[in-house]
Structures are given as C-alpha cells and as structure tokens.
Design a protein around this ligand. Structure first.
Ligand code: NAD
Length: 483
C-alpha cells in the first residue's frame, strides 16, 4: 500500500447474506404470527440495492385492538410472575440475541443500510446488553424505588411503544427490556422501513417461551402508530421518532390518563477547544456525524471549533473524511453505508441544496464511486456556516456537518445552546475543570467529554425542550415504567 489513506485499495470483504428471510411476515399477537385483518402487506427493501426483501403486514385498528387485548390479558399473569422469574426471561432473551448475533446484524444491515461493522459491534451487542442489564433489575426494583409496604413497586400496565428506523433492534430493546423488567406488557411498532429485526426478535420471544401477549409486535406505517396512540386501553405511550410526530402524539394524549415519554430529534453541538487533543477530537467528529450515515438523533451535527485551531481542524477533518469508505454496507471495510430510504435521501439532499443556496461552502467526499442502485449520500461538511442558516438550525438526519467557530468559552456555550433541541453535546478539551464548567452550562440530556456516541444500559439517555422528555436506560429509565 502506498500513498495516503485516501488512496488505499482494499479487497472486498463482504459478510455472507445467508440468513433466513421469509417471503411474508404477519403480526405478532398473543404469542403467534397472524395475518392482518385487512389482508394488506407492503414490501420492505434493502436500501443499498433497492431489492425487495419480504412482505410486511400492515396493521389497522382491529389488529391494534387485538394486540392491546392480548397485552391486557397477559398483564395480570405477568405482574404476578415472581420478579426473579421475569428476570430469567429477560436473561434468556439476551442470551438468544447473542447466540443469533450474526444473523441479526446481517438482517439489520440489509434492511437498514448501516454498515455491518456497526450492527455487528454496536447495535446487536448493545441490544443484548440492555436485556442483561434489565434482567438484573427485576428483583431489585424496590431498592431503587422503595414502597411503603416494602413490596415491589407496581408497573404502569399496557405500554404502546413506537420506534424509528435508525436503530431498529436497539430501539426495540431500549423499549421492551425496561417495560418487562418492571412488569408491564407491550404493544410495539417498528418503523415501516425496518421491521425485520423486530420480527426476528418476536421469534426469539417464542423460543424463550415468553408468555403469550406479554410482547406484541404490530407492523405498519404512521396510521398503525396512530391507532396505538389512540387506543383507549393503553396506559402508557413511549415514542421515539421525529419532533413533528412527537408533537402530534403529545396533543392526542393530552387530557387522557395515558403516561407519555418522548425521545425526539436533535441538533447537537460538538465543541472543540484549542487545548483539545485535535487528532482524537477528529475521530470523535467522525463518529458524531458519519456513524450510521448521520441518521442518529444525538448526532453531533453542529461542530463548534475555537477559532485559533479552526484551520487545523478543518484540514484534518477533510483529510479524514476522504479516507472514509462509502459503499456496500455488508462489506466489513465499509464506514458509511446507504441512507435508509428514498424519502430520507431526498430530505438530506434538500438540506444540502439549502446550505449551498444560503452561501455556506460545501466540502464533500467526492473521491468515491457510489453504487449504481440504492440510496447514497456522500459524507460532507459545510464551512462558513452562520447560526441563522437552515443547516445550522434544523435536524438533517444525514451525513452533513455544519462547522462554525467561536472565540471564547462563553460564545461556545451561547452557540451550543442556540437551538430548540437539547439532546446531546460533545466537549473536547484537555482541561477537566473547563469540561465541567462548560458541561454545567449546556442544556442537553447527555454530554460526552473527549468522546462521542457512547451508550450504556446503565446511563440514562434523553432530551430537553424539543428533544422530548423522559429518560431511557438506568434507574431513570425504569421510573418511566413504574406507577
Ligand atoms: P418518525 O417520527 O417519522 O417515525 C417514527 C415512528 O413513528 C415510526 O414507527 C412511524 O411509523 C411512527 N409514526 C409516524 N407517524 C405517526 C403518528 N402520527 N402517530 C404514531 N406513530 C407514528 O421518525 P423517523 O423518521 O422514523 O425517525 C427519525 C427521527 O427519530 C429523527 O427525528 C430522530 O432524531 C428521531 N430519533 C430520536 C431518538 C431519541 O432517542 N431521541 C432516537 C432515534 C431517533
């Protein structure tokens, strides 16, 4: 190998696609798969090739009603199941996820478009970790949430859970594991473009003999989600998705007795101070905005750089961007895979055009040949961005970074907080006192120092303001599932 990293050639290292995919999937209700009442199915595709993978059932109000009834019926028994027994189910689910990890990773990559390196090393292990972590909580809840009679705290009841497409299996784990640990039952709806791993999880639930009705998985689009939110016999709605849909859900739940948690969008700042280890910070920026093609709610999509090191940071960032390998998500060398859908790609391209039209400078990774089919966006960053620019304000949900500069810590904080969101932030500095002082002033639910995008089931995750409310993970995440 000669030349710079950008010119290195690698032999393809594709992961085998040998996983079982049925031609058609029904709804998982009361422990069994069944066809939707309407008889309607829709195609789910591989966004990297546009090839259809399977047909997915579209649930309507009648199916949602059956699922809610199954969850209600199962609730009594599940609540009475001794906590230590509940823990065993969660533990078995975690073990089965580990045992079927390769299959889940391949399936996720094929249905979502994200690189196999991420599904294999992050999504699937973290999903298993969430079930392990919550298995441990089942019989210890009364220590963290003491009750007057010393008994275990009561669960909320039947939970309607709606999740997005960017981390399909992981979001299902984030939702299901704490709900079950606390003794709730679940009706979960994955996003319409990425249902396959949730349905594979349903098979795992059958394998571990989870009692029928404890978890029901309903597939379909926004309308199926609306039916869950509107159902009269649901006690709690847990929603992860866009701020726009989150707002409409908050409106429809207002005035009912349903409890609600919302994990919504973000436009998170990633702040590099001049005293930071710059090379390390550049790696953090790569993870913050180009992991999962930037389709991450907590993506560090606004890079704030101290002016004195801005030239160095931008030069190094450009160099590093050009070493990213874009293409076949199933290739183990790939850093940046496919965008999840045509609609999302159109949205990202709209923002790139807006950035250029507003006068920011577009720096894209133009050295790669993109595959002929599928939905692809070159990683890029904009310099010369003003806080008022659309690309500095709105969530793009793609591999597009807006770079801005600051002169003083106060200005960094003001720029970081200049957003309607409040999900995450990154701070890069070699001084602990500065990191602490800045973190204290930033309005975000999660703040990373000298790292980015680190997740752990014990660490609560969630936002402020338009990024939603409620936490997932850790003790705070459990609180949302206890009465
Ligand atoms: P989305 O809001 O379009 O869809 C999310 C889910 O809601 C899907 O399952 C969808 O079918 C369903 N849905 C759509 N309309 C609905 C309605 N009216 N009622 C009920 N359900 C409805 O979001 P998306 O495009 O799938 O995901 C991207 C968004 O999710 C981004 O804004 C991202 O920031 C956010 N997100 C947030 C977090 C977090 O933890 N804060 C995590 C991941 C993604």
């Amino acid at each position: 190998m000669t030349g710079s990293a950008a010119n290195w050639q690698y032999a393809p290292a594709p992961e085998s696609t040998k996983v079982e995919i049925k031609t058609q999937y029904g709804l998982f209700i009361d422990g069994a798969f069944r066809d939707p009442m309407s008889g309607r199915f829709f195609d789910t595709i591989n966004p990297a090739t546009e090839a259809p993978l399977a047909r997915i059932a579209e649930a309507d109000g009648r199916d949602v009603d059956s699922a809610v009834q199954a969850a209600r019926k199962a609730l009594k028994r599940w609540r009475r199941t001794p906590a230590i027994e509940r823990a065993k189910y969660l533990y078995r689910i975690a073990r089965r996820i580990q045992e079927r990890a390769r299959e889940l990773a391949v399936l996720e990559t094929m249905n979502n478009g994200k690189p196999i390196r991420e599904t294999r090393d992050e999504d699937v292990p973290l999903a298993a970790a969430h079930f392990f972590h919550h298995a441990g909580w089942c019989d210890k809840l009364h220590f963290a949430f003491p009750t007057s009679d010393g008994k275990h705290p009561a669960s909320v009841g039947v939970c309607g859970q709606i999740i997005p497409w960017n981390f399909p299996l992981l979001m299902a784990a984030w939702k299901i594991a704490p709900a079950l640990a606390c003794g709730n039952t679940v009706v979960l709806k994955p996003a319409e473009t990425t249902s396959l791993t949730a349905l594979r999880l349903a098979e795992i639930l059958q394998e571990v003999d989870l009692p029928p009705g404890v978890v029901n998985i309903i597939t379909g689009g926004g309308e199926s989600g609306r039916e869950i939110v509107a159902h009269h016999d649901i006690d709690k709605i847990a929603f992860t998705g866009s701020t726009e849909v989150g707002r409409s859900i908050a409106t429809s739940v207002a005035g009912t007795k349903k409890r609600l948690t919302l994990e919504l969008g973000g436009k998170s700042p990633n702040i590099i101070f001049a005293d930071a280890a710059i090379d390390q910070a550049i790696e953090g920026v790569v993870s913050a905005i180009w992991a999962n093609q930037g389709q991450v709610c907590c993506a560090g999509s606004r890079l704030l750089v101290e002016e004195s090191v801005a030239d160095e940071v931008i030069a190094k960032l450009r160099h590093r961007m050009k070493s990213l390998r874009v293409g076949d998500p199933l290739d183990k060398n790939t850093d940046v895979g496919a965008i999840n859908s045509r609609a999302q790609l159109d949205r990202i391209e709209h923002y790139i055009k807006a950035g250029i039209a507003e006068g920011a400078a577009h720096n894209a990774h133009n050295d790669v040949a993109l595959p002929p089919k599928g939905f692809w966006c070159r990683p890029c960053f904009f310099t010369g961005v003003q806080p008022a620019h659309t690309i500095a304000r709105e969530e793009i949900f793609g591999p597009v970074l807006a770079v801005m500069t600051f002169r003083t810590p106060d200005e960094a904080v003001a720029r970081a907080n200049n957003t309607m969101y409040g999900l995450s932030a990154g701070i890069w500095t070699s001084r602990g006192s500065k990191a602490y002082e800045i973190a204290r002033q930033i309005k975000a639910g999660v703040i990373w120092c000298n790292t980015f995008n680190q997740f752990d089931p014990a660490a609560p995750f969630g936002g402020y303001r338009e990024s939603g409310f409620g936490r997932e993970g850790g003790r705070s995440g459990l609180a949302a599932y206890l009465a």
